[in-house]
Design a protein around this ligand. Structure first.
Ligand code: ASP
Length: 466
Protein backbone atom coordinates (compact mmCIF):
# COMPACT_ATOMS: atom_id res chain seq x y z
CA UNK A 1 0.00 0.00 0.00
CA UNK A 2 1.20 3.53 -0.79
CA UNK A 3 1.89 5.80 2.15
CA UNK A 4 -0.67 8.57 2.70
CA UNK A 5 0.35 11.84 4.32
CA UNK A 6 -1.60 12.72 7.41
CA UNK A 7 -2.91 16.01 6.00
CA UNK A 8 -4.75 14.06 3.30
CA UNK A 9 -6.70 11.85 5.70
CA UNK A 10 -9.71 14.05 6.45
CA UNK A 11 -11.00 13.70 2.90
CA UNK A 12 -10.72 9.91 2.82
CA UNK A 13 -13.27 8.78 5.44
CA UNK A 14 -14.04 5.07 5.14
CA UNK A 15 -10.76 4.23 3.36
CA UNK A 16 -7.98 2.04 4.57
CA UNK A 17 -4.60 3.77 4.55
CA UNK A 18 -0.95 3.31 5.42
CA UNK A 19 0.55 6.13 7.44
CA UNK A 20 4.01 6.63 8.91
CA UNK A 21 5.40 8.99 11.46
CA UNK A 22 6.32 9.73 15.07
CA UNK A 23 4.29 8.99 18.15
CA UNK A 24 3.40 12.39 19.55
CA UNK A 25 1.49 11.20 22.64
CA UNK A 26 -0.10 8.02 23.83
CA UNK A 27 -3.08 8.01 26.14
CA UNK A 28 -4.37 4.89 27.83
CA UNK A 29 -8.09 4.80 28.41
CA UNK A 30 -8.39 1.28 29.76
CA UNK A 31 -9.23 -0.83 26.78
CA UNK A 32 -8.84 2.01 24.33
CA UNK A 33 -5.35 3.30 23.59
CA UNK A 34 -5.12 6.62 21.83
CA UNK A 35 -1.99 7.58 19.94
CA UNK A 36 -1.45 10.88 18.19
CA UNK A 37 0.75 10.31 15.17
CA UNK A 38 2.75 13.11 13.59
CA UNK A 39 4.34 13.32 10.17
CA UNK A 40 5.68 16.16 8.10
CA UNK A 41 2.18 17.20 7.09
CA UNK A 42 0.22 17.11 10.34
CA UNK A 43 -1.17 15.10 13.21
CA UNK A 44 -3.92 12.52 13.56
CA UNK A 45 -5.52 10.77 16.50
CA UNK A 46 -5.44 6.99 16.22
CA UNK A 47 -7.19 4.46 18.41
CA UNK A 48 -6.20 0.87 19.13
CA UNK A 49 -9.16 -1.34 20.00
CA UNK A 50 -8.93 -4.67 21.80
CA UNK A 51 -10.53 -6.51 18.85
CA UNK A 52 -7.35 -5.96 16.79
CA UNK A 53 -5.35 -7.84 19.41
CA UNK A 54 -1.86 -7.73 17.94
CA UNK A 55 -1.97 -4.01 17.18
CA UNK A 56 -3.54 -3.35 20.56
CA UNK A 57 -0.72 -5.13 22.39
CA UNK A 58 1.91 -3.27 20.40
CA UNK A 59 0.13 0.05 20.91
CA UNK A 60 0.56 -0.51 24.60
CA UNK A 61 4.35 -0.53 24.26
CA UNK A 62 4.99 2.47 22.05
CA UNK A 63 6.27 5.68 23.59
CA UNK A 64 6.59 9.31 22.46
CA UNK A 65 8.97 9.84 19.53
CA UNK A 66 8.96 6.21 18.45
CA UNK A 67 8.69 5.84 14.68
CA UNK A 68 5.84 3.61 13.53
CA UNK A 69 3.85 2.66 10.50
CA UNK A 70 0.19 1.94 10.77
CA UNK A 71 -2.48 0.58 8.52
CA UNK A 72 -5.82 1.79 9.62
CA UNK A 73 -9.30 2.76 8.70
CA UNK A 74 -10.32 6.39 8.67
CA UNK A 75 -13.49 6.85 10.69
CA UNK A 76 -15.55 9.96 11.12
CA UNK A 77 -15.49 10.95 14.78
CA UNK A 78 -18.77 10.85 16.66
CA UNK A 79 -20.26 14.33 16.97
CA UNK A 80 -19.25 14.81 20.61
CA UNK A 81 -15.60 13.89 19.85
CA UNK A 82 -15.16 16.41 17.01
CA UNK A 83 -12.42 18.94 17.64
CA UNK A 84 -12.97 21.93 15.41
CA UNK A 85 -9.58 23.48 16.26
CA UNK A 86 -7.59 20.61 14.80
CA UNK A 87 -6.96 20.02 11.10
CA UNK A 88 -7.94 16.37 11.48
CA UNK A 89 -10.44 17.00 14.27
CA UNK A 90 -13.31 15.35 12.42
CA UNK A 91 -11.64 11.99 11.86
CA UNK A 92 -9.59 9.37 13.62
CA UNK A 93 -7.73 6.25 12.56
CA UNK A 94 -8.78 2.85 13.78
CA UNK A 95 -5.50 0.97 13.97
CA UNK A 96 -5.67 -2.36 12.11
CA UNK A 97 -1.99 -3.21 12.21
CA UNK A 98 1.13 -1.47 13.36
CA UNK A 99 4.89 -1.92 13.07
CA UNK A 100 7.61 -0.16 15.01
CA UNK A 101 10.25 1.19 12.60
CA UNK A 102 12.45 2.54 15.37
CA UNK A 103 12.23 3.00 19.08
CA UNK A 104 13.32 6.18 20.81
CA UNK A 105 14.80 6.82 24.18
CA UNK A 106 12.74 9.07 26.40
CA UNK A 107 13.29 12.46 24.70
CA UNK A 108 15.87 14.62 26.47
CA UNK A 109 13.73 17.69 25.83
CA UNK A 110 10.05 18.14 25.24
CA UNK A 111 9.43 18.57 21.53
CA UNK A 112 5.77 19.37 21.56
CA UNK A 113 5.57 22.91 22.87
CA UNK A 114 7.14 26.01 21.36
CA UNK A 115 10.37 25.33 23.26
CA UNK A 116 10.37 28.65 25.08
CA UNK A 117 10.40 26.86 28.42
CA UNK A 118 13.41 24.69 27.51
CA UNK A 119 16.95 25.92 28.20
CA UNK A 120 18.64 27.00 24.99
CA UNK A 121 21.79 24.93 25.45
CA UNK A 122 19.64 21.80 25.74
CA UNK A 123 17.72 22.79 22.62
CA UNK A 124 20.97 23.23 20.68
CA UNK A 125 22.51 20.03 22.03
CA UNK A 126 19.47 17.97 21.08
CA UNK A 127 18.74 19.93 17.94
CA UNK A 128 17.38 16.83 16.13
CA UNK A 129 14.62 16.81 18.75
CA UNK A 130 14.25 20.55 18.96
CA UNK A 131 13.76 20.85 15.20
CA UNK A 132 10.78 18.49 15.44
CA UNK A 133 8.68 21.12 17.18
CA UNK A 134 6.15 22.77 14.85
CA UNK A 135 7.57 26.23 15.47
CA UNK A 136 11.04 25.22 14.28
CA UNK A 137 9.67 23.22 11.37
CA UNK A 138 7.75 26.29 10.29
CA UNK A 139 10.74 28.62 10.61
CA UNK A 140 13.09 26.40 8.62
CA UNK A 141 10.52 25.64 5.96
CA UNK A 142 9.57 29.30 5.57
CA UNK A 143 13.24 30.15 5.28
CA UNK A 144 13.43 27.69 2.42
CA UNK A 145 10.40 29.32 0.79
CA UNK A 146 12.00 32.75 1.01
CA UNK A 147 15.22 31.45 -0.54
CA UNK A 148 13.35 29.70 -3.33
CA UNK A 149 11.30 32.79 -4.13
CA UNK A 150 14.33 35.09 -4.08
CA UNK A 151 16.14 32.70 -6.43
CA UNK A 152 13.19 32.79 -8.82
CA UNK A 153 12.86 36.55 -8.67
CA UNK A 154 16.56 37.11 -9.32
CA UNK A 155 16.67 34.51 -12.07
CA UNK A 156 13.92 36.48 -13.85
CA UNK A 157 15.97 39.65 -13.38
CA UNK A 158 18.90 38.04 -15.17
CA UNK A 159 21.03 37.09 -12.15
CA UNK A 160 23.14 33.96 -12.11
CA UNK A 161 23.91 32.17 -8.84
CA UNK A 162 27.61 31.42 -8.58
CA UNK A 163 29.28 29.63 -5.68
CA UNK A 164 32.47 31.18 -4.43
CA UNK A 165 35.12 29.46 -2.31
CA UNK A 166 35.07 28.94 1.43
CA UNK A 167 38.80 28.42 1.55
CA UNK A 168 40.31 31.72 0.57
CA UNK A 169 42.34 34.59 1.95
CA UNK A 170 41.43 37.49 4.22
CA UNK A 171 38.61 39.56 2.69
CA UNK A 172 38.74 42.85 4.59
CA UNK A 173 35.25 43.35 5.97
CA UNK A 174 36.57 44.73 9.20
CA UNK A 175 36.30 41.58 11.35
CA UNK A 176 38.73 38.90 12.41
CA UNK A 177 39.11 35.94 10.04
CA UNK A 178 38.72 32.30 10.86
CA UNK A 179 41.83 30.63 9.55
CA UNK A 180 42.45 27.09 8.33
CA UNK A 181 45.96 25.69 8.30
CA UNK A 182 47.27 24.23 5.06
CA UNK A 183 48.79 20.75 5.26
CA UNK A 184 50.39 20.86 1.85
CA UNK A 185 52.15 24.08 2.62
CA UNK A 186 52.73 24.01 6.35
CA UNK A 187 52.89 27.41 7.97
CA UNK A 188 50.39 28.90 5.53
CA UNK A 189 46.70 29.39 6.13
CA UNK A 190 43.45 29.81 4.30
CA UNK A 191 40.91 32.24 5.66
CA UNK A 192 37.17 31.60 5.62
CA UNK A 193 35.48 34.47 3.79
CA UNK A 194 33.86 37.23 5.81
CA UNK A 195 31.81 37.74 2.66
CA UNK A 196 32.24 36.92 -1.04
CA UNK A 197 33.03 40.59 -1.67
CA UNK A 198 36.17 40.20 -3.75
CA UNK A 199 34.93 37.17 -5.67
CA UNK A 200 31.71 38.87 -6.62
CA UNK A 201 33.56 41.91 -7.88
CA UNK A 202 35.88 39.62 -9.81
CA UNK A 203 32.78 37.98 -11.33
CA UNK A 204 31.92 41.44 -12.64
CA UNK A 205 35.43 41.64 -14.09
CA UNK A 206 34.71 38.22 -15.57
CA UNK A 207 31.66 39.50 -17.43
CA UNK A 208 28.80 37.87 -15.50
CA UNK A 209 27.10 41.26 -15.11
CA UNK A 210 24.52 40.00 -12.61
CA UNK A 211 25.54 37.59 -9.84
CA UNK A 212 23.90 36.47 -6.63
CA UNK A 213 24.49 33.81 -4.03
CA UNK A 214 23.14 32.62 -0.74
CA UNK A 215 26.59 32.83 0.73
CA UNK A 216 27.91 31.51 4.00
CA UNK A 217 30.05 34.14 5.71
CA UNK A 218 32.39 33.68 8.64
CA UNK A 219 33.45 36.31 11.13
CA UNK A 220 35.46 35.57 14.25
CA UNK A 221 33.98 38.12 16.58
CA UNK A 222 33.74 37.98 20.33
CA UNK A 223 30.34 36.61 21.06
CA UNK A 224 28.04 39.55 20.85
CA UNK A 225 24.45 38.75 21.67
CA UNK A 226 22.71 37.77 18.54
CA UNK A 227 25.70 37.12 16.27
CA UNK A 228 26.73 33.78 14.87
CA UNK A 229 30.29 32.99 13.78
CA UNK A 230 28.83 31.77 10.50
CA UNK A 231 25.76 33.23 8.92
CA UNK A 232 24.06 33.50 5.55
CA UNK A 233 23.93 36.50 3.31
CA UNK A 234 21.89 36.98 0.19
CA UNK A 235 24.78 38.48 -1.72
CA UNK A 236 24.40 40.23 -5.06
CA UNK A 237 26.41 42.29 -7.53
CA UNK A 238 25.44 44.06 -10.76
CA UNK A 239 27.48 45.64 -13.51
CA UNK A 240 26.70 49.00 -15.10
CA UNK A 241 24.49 49.76 -12.11
CA UNK A 242 23.92 52.93 -10.15
CA UNK A 243 22.97 53.10 -6.48
CA UNK A 244 19.36 53.53 -7.57
CA UNK A 245 19.52 50.42 -9.79
CA UNK A 246 20.79 48.21 -6.96
CA UNK A 247 18.27 49.59 -4.49
CA UNK A 248 15.40 49.20 -6.99
CA UNK A 249 16.08 45.52 -7.73
CA UNK A 250 16.40 44.72 -4.03
CA UNK A 251 13.39 46.71 -2.98
CA UNK A 252 11.29 44.95 -5.61
CA UNK A 253 12.48 41.52 -4.45
CA UNK A 254 11.87 42.28 -0.78
CA UNK A 255 8.37 43.59 -1.46
CA UNK A 256 7.54 40.49 -3.50
CA UNK A 257 8.80 38.22 -0.72
CA UNK A 258 6.66 39.96 1.88
CA UNK A 259 3.54 40.17 -0.30
CA UNK A 260 3.78 36.54 -1.42
CA UNK A 261 4.92 34.75 1.71
CA UNK A 262 3.90 37.10 4.53
CA UNK A 263 0.71 38.69 3.17
CA UNK A 264 -0.52 39.51 6.68
CA UNK A 265 2.47 41.83 7.18
CA UNK A 266 2.28 45.49 6.27
CA UNK A 267 5.15 47.43 4.79
CA UNK A 268 4.99 50.89 6.32
CA UNK A 269 6.23 52.87 3.33
CA UNK A 270 6.76 52.00 -0.33
CA UNK A 271 9.07 53.07 -1.91
CA UNK A 272 11.28 52.62 1.13
CA UNK A 273 12.31 56.01 2.53
CA UNK A 274 15.90 57.13 2.00
CA UNK A 275 17.50 58.72 5.04
CA UNK A 276 20.94 60.31 4.82
CA UNK A 277 23.36 58.99 7.43
CA UNK A 278 23.82 62.37 9.13
CA UNK A 279 20.06 62.82 9.40
CA UNK A 280 19.64 59.32 10.86
CA UNK A 281 22.33 60.01 13.44
CA UNK A 282 20.91 63.42 14.36
CA UNK A 283 17.30 62.30 14.54
CA UNK A 284 17.57 58.75 15.86
CA UNK A 285 21.14 58.49 17.17
CA UNK A 286 21.74 55.37 15.09
CA UNK A 287 22.32 54.38 11.50
CA UNK A 288 19.73 51.62 11.79
CA UNK A 289 16.73 53.54 13.04
CA UNK A 290 13.48 51.91 14.00
CA UNK A 291 11.00 54.12 12.17
CA UNK A 292 7.90 52.04 12.85
CA UNK A 293 4.89 54.21 13.53
CA UNK A 294 3.58 51.57 15.94
CA UNK A 295 6.35 49.64 17.62
CA UNK A 296 3.85 47.28 19.24
CA UNK A 297 2.50 46.05 15.94
CA UNK A 298 4.23 42.72 15.32
CA UNK A 299 3.20 42.74 11.66
CA UNK A 300 4.55 46.13 10.72
CA UNK A 301 7.71 46.21 8.62
CA UNK A 302 9.48 49.53 8.33
CA UNK A 303 12.29 49.36 5.80
CA UNK A 304 14.55 52.35 5.27
CA UNK A 305 17.57 52.98 3.10
CA UNK A 306 20.35 54.79 4.90
CA UNK A 307 22.52 56.62 2.38
CA UNK A 308 25.44 59.03 2.12
CA UNK A 309 27.76 57.44 4.64
CA UNK A 310 31.16 58.93 5.28
CA UNK A 311 33.77 56.91 3.44
CA UNK A 312 36.43 57.07 6.15
CA UNK A 313 36.60 57.29 9.91
CA UNK A 314 39.51 57.64 12.32
CA UNK A 315 40.90 54.64 14.13
CA UNK A 316 42.06 54.77 17.74
CA UNK A 317 45.63 55.40 16.62
CA UNK A 318 44.55 58.37 14.54
CA UNK A 319 44.76 56.73 11.11
CA UNK A 320 42.00 56.65 8.54
CA UNK A 321 40.05 53.48 7.97
CA UNK A 322 37.02 52.56 5.87
CA UNK A 323 33.57 52.72 7.49
CA UNK A 324 32.24 49.65 5.63
CA UNK A 325 34.82 48.04 3.40
CA UNK A 326 37.63 49.37 1.22
CA UNK A 327 35.84 48.61 -2.03
CA UNK A 328 33.06 51.21 -1.78
CA UNK A 329 33.31 54.01 -4.26
CA UNK A 330 32.62 57.66 -3.56
CA UNK A 331 29.81 59.91 -4.64
CA UNK A 332 30.75 61.46 -8.00
CA UNK A 333 31.21 64.89 -6.41
CA UNK A 334 33.78 63.48 -3.95
CA UNK A 335 35.83 61.57 -6.50
CA UNK A 336 38.39 64.35 -6.97
CA UNK A 337 38.91 64.58 -3.22
CA UNK A 338 39.60 60.85 -3.13
CA UNK A 339 42.06 61.04 -5.99
CA UNK A 340 43.77 64.09 -4.47
CA UNK A 341 43.50 62.71 -0.91
CA UNK A 342 41.94 65.98 0.24
CA UNK A 343 39.01 66.71 2.58
CA UNK A 344 39.10 63.07 3.60
CA UNK A 345 36.61 63.48 6.42
CA UNK A 346 34.10 64.94 3.96
CA UNK A 347 34.31 62.17 1.37
CA UNK A 348 30.90 60.55 1.04
CA UNK A 349 30.73 56.90 0.01
CA UNK A 350 28.30 55.51 -2.52
CA UNK A 351 27.18 53.22 0.29
CA UNK A 352 23.61 52.30 1.20
CA UNK A 353 22.45 50.24 4.13
CA UNK A 354 18.99 48.87 4.60
CA UNK A 355 17.45 48.99 8.04
CA UNK A 356 14.41 47.01 9.07
CA UNK A 357 12.58 47.69 12.33
CA UNK A 358 15.76 48.91 13.98
CA UNK A 359 18.06 46.15 12.72
CA UNK A 360 20.68 46.43 10.03
CA UNK A 361 19.28 44.13 7.40
CA UNK A 362 21.95 44.66 4.83
CA UNK A 363 24.21 47.01 3.02
CA UNK A 364 26.16 47.56 -0.13
CA UNK A 365 27.72 50.11 -2.39
CA UNK A 366 28.70 51.12 -5.86
CA UNK A 367 32.38 50.20 -5.97
CA UNK A 368 35.59 51.76 -7.02
CA UNK A 369 35.89 50.02 -10.37
CA UNK A 370 39.02 51.94 -11.38
CA UNK A 371 42.22 50.48 -9.94
CA UNK A 372 43.69 53.88 -9.22
CA UNK A 373 40.67 54.79 -7.08
CA UNK A 374 40.93 51.62 -4.99
CA UNK A 375 44.64 52.29 -4.63
CA UNK A 376 43.91 55.80 -3.29
CA UNK A 377 41.56 54.34 -0.64
CA UNK A 378 44.35 52.04 0.50
CA UNK A 379 46.90 54.85 0.46
CA UNK A 380 44.62 57.05 2.57
CA UNK A 381 44.56 54.21 5.08
CA UNK A 382 48.35 54.38 5.08
CA UNK A 383 48.89 50.93 3.60
CA UNK A 384 52.43 50.38 2.43
CA UNK A 385 53.10 49.66 -1.22
CA UNK A 386 54.13 46.17 -0.19
CA UNK A 387 50.89 45.53 1.75
CA UNK A 388 48.79 46.88 -1.10
CA UNK A 389 50.52 44.57 -3.53
CA UNK A 390 50.31 41.55 -1.22
CA UNK A 391 46.69 41.95 -0.11
CA UNK A 392 45.05 43.78 -2.99
CA UNK A 393 47.35 43.11 -5.95
CA UNK A 394 44.90 40.59 -7.49
CA UNK A 395 41.99 43.04 -7.14
CA UNK A 396 43.96 45.89 -8.66
CA UNK A 397 44.94 43.62 -11.55
CA UNK A 398 41.34 42.44 -12.06
CA UNK A 399 40.12 46.05 -12.06
CA UNK A 400 42.79 46.82 -14.65
CA UNK A 401 41.52 44.11 -16.97
CA UNK A 402 38.43 45.93 -18.24
CA UNK A 403 36.07 45.78 -15.27
CA UNK A 404 32.77 47.57 -15.79
CA UNK A 405 31.33 49.95 -13.18
CA UNK A 406 29.47 47.81 -10.69
CA UNK A 407 27.74 47.78 -7.34
CA UNK A 408 25.97 45.35 -5.07
CA UNK A 409 24.54 44.55 -1.72
CA UNK A 410 24.18 41.76 0.81
CA UNK A 411 21.27 41.09 3.12
CA UNK A 412 21.63 39.25 6.37
CA UNK A 413 19.22 36.46 5.54
CA UNK A 414 19.04 35.10 9.09
CA UNK A 415 18.06 38.46 10.55
CA UNK A 416 15.51 39.11 7.84
CA UNK A 417 13.80 35.74 8.40
CA UNK A 418 13.96 36.29 12.16
CA UNK A 419 12.00 39.52 11.81
CA UNK A 420 9.55 38.07 9.30
CA UNK A 421 8.91 35.12 11.63
CA UNK A 422 8.62 37.40 14.70
CA UNK A 423 11.37 35.47 16.43
CA UNK A 424 13.50 37.05 19.15
CA UNK A 425 16.89 35.88 17.84
CA UNK A 426 18.51 34.43 14.72
CA UNK A 427 19.19 31.06 16.35
CA UNK A 428 15.49 30.33 15.95
CA UNK A 429 15.75 30.46 12.17
CA UNK A 430 19.09 28.65 11.73
CA UNK A 431 18.77 24.87 11.69
CA UNK A 432 22.08 24.18 13.40
CA UNK A 433 22.91 27.32 15.30
CA UNK A 434 25.85 27.81 17.60
CA UNK A 435 25.35 29.06 21.12
CA UNK A 436 26.35 32.46 22.45
CA UNK A 437 29.94 31.29 22.90
CA UNK A 438 30.20 30.17 19.30
CA UNK A 439 29.95 26.48 20.17
CA UNK A 440 28.07 23.79 18.34
CA UNK A 441 26.86 21.87 21.37
CA UNK A 442 25.48 18.99 19.34
CA UNK A 443 28.67 18.25 17.40
CA UNK A 444 31.01 19.51 20.11
CA UNK A 445 32.71 22.01 17.87
CA UNK A 446 35.22 23.46 18.17
CA UNK A 447 37.04 20.34 19.28
CA UNK A 448 40.55 19.10 19.78
CA UNK A 449 42.41 17.41 16.92
CA UNK A 450 44.75 14.45 17.16
CA UNK A 451 48.48 14.80 17.58
CA UNK A 452 48.88 13.21 14.11
CA UNK A 453 46.80 15.97 12.57
CA UNK A 454 48.82 18.60 14.36
CA UNK A 455 52.04 16.94 13.23
CA UNK A 456 50.85 16.86 9.59
CA UNK A 457 50.12 20.55 9.85
CA UNK A 458 53.37 21.16 11.69
CA UNK A 459 51.44 22.94 14.40
CA UNK A 460 52.13 22.90 18.09
CA UNK A 461 49.73 23.94 20.82
CA UNK A 462 51.34 26.08 23.48
CA UNK A 463 49.94 25.30 26.89
CA UNK A 464 48.41 28.29 28.62
CA UNK A 465 50.66 29.51 31.40
CA UNK A 466 48.84 28.93 34.65
N1 ASP B 1 30.31 42.60 1.46
C1 ASP B 1 29.42 43.52 2.11
C2 ASP B 1 29.05 42.99 3.49
O1 ASP B 1 29.25 41.82 3.79
C3 ASP B 1 28.16 43.72 1.34
C4 ASP B 1 28.39 44.48 0.08
O2 ASP B 1 28.96 45.55 0.10
O3 ASP B 1 27.88 44.01 -0.96
O4 ASP B 1 28.51 43.71 4.30
Amino acid sequence: MQRTYIKELASKVGEEVLIKGWVDVRRDHGKLIFIDLRDISGKIQMVALPNHAEAHTLANTVRPEWVVEVTGKINARPERMINKDEANGTVEIEILSMAVLNEAEAPAIDVRGDGKDVGEDARLKYRYLDLRRPRMQKNIRNRNKVMLLVRNILEKEGFCEVETPSLTVATAEGSRDFIVPSRLEPGTFYALPQSPQQYKQILMAAGFERYFQFARCYRDEDSRGDRQPEFTQMDLEMSFATEEDVMAVNEKAIIEVVKTLYPHKKIQQIPFPKIPYTEAMAKYGTDKPDIREDKNDPDLLAFAWIVDFPMFEKTEDGKWTFTHNPFSGTKAECFDDLMNKTNIEKIVASQYDIALNGSEMGGGSVRNHKPEALRKVLEIMDYSEEKIEREYGHMLKALSAGTPPHGGIAWGLDRMIMILENEPNIREVIAFAKNGEGKDLMMNAPGKVSSEQLRDLRLEIKQKKS
